[in-house]
Design a protein around this ligand. Sequence first.
Ligand SMILES: [Zn+2]
Length: 353
Amino acid sequence: MDQASAISYEPGTLCFRCNICGEHCQTALDRLGREEVSCKGCGSSPRARAIIRVLSTQLFGKNLLLSDFPARRDIRGLGMTDWKGYATRLAEKFSYRNTYYHQEPRLDISAVEIPADLLSNDFVISSEVFEHVVPPVSRAFENVSKMLKPGGLFILTVPYTNNKDTIEHFPELYDFAVVEDHEAVVLRNRTRKGVIQEFRHLVFHGGPGTTLEMRVFSENSIIQHLRNAAFHAIKVHREPDFAHGVWWPESWAFPISARSNMLPMIIASPNPVPAGEGTATTTITWNTGDDTMGYVYVSVNDREESFFGRAPQSSTAANWIQTGFRYQFRLYDGTERGKLLAETTVTRNKPSS
Ligand SMILES: [Zn+2]
């Protein structure tokens, strides 16, 4: 490209394509904040575009524009007061439902029981919700885990810091109300033990009377909460995606994704193996379900086990399957074979005579 034909921009201008509406945008990099409306097409912020980036890469292994997502009605998703700029578009691609705290379809993520029709999701998005959830926040993490299918995807954003611990503003919240008192907004609480507490200097997101900040998370404590709720493959998406305008100056409050636990599994395909000449092949697929190492052994006709493979998850061919033998593939948690996680028996059909 010669100098004359190059389009000139002010230094520090970022040109990007909004991954939500597809608009070609430009913005001054020094004005790009996490919450900054920075797409003239749909009004998306870097946070909203970051969520779509994570959803795309985690579901499809590719960083697609939302309009290029394959239409997959078999994928069931749920949002918690998701921004409608992407919620309506997600509903066109997936069996996706947005939920609300104050209107139908209702979801209180801190509730003891989650309605059955909100379970069995392939993905759950929760953006800027968990900092407002009534304590203990651990219950919200556990509920999301229950709301996902095994291996389902959780995408979480909250404003968090790099501090060591979460700062819980009202750890003993039990019976409480937010009231006006001499033009100040006050939180009055009766603890479980009956102690009356009063809090002033409350922080609201989106203006007073909307959503009270219950805590300031730290990245460490979010990861610990996810682990405690049996999530695995926890990933903090720190890397910028300038092509889609996903960047903000602070080195915190990145989207976090995690997978709900799967049960350990081992399967063979094909099984039974079709009849034929010589030896035949079947593929053994296993997954420990929680990223821990798995050890597969095989026993032929109940004889002593021999080692077949080791990996948290893998697909490995067994090309020595013969008619008249019984192959038991067993997935263990270690070479001592202390805990049997899953097993499958492979046979081969007799030739029809
Ligand atoms: Zn847009």
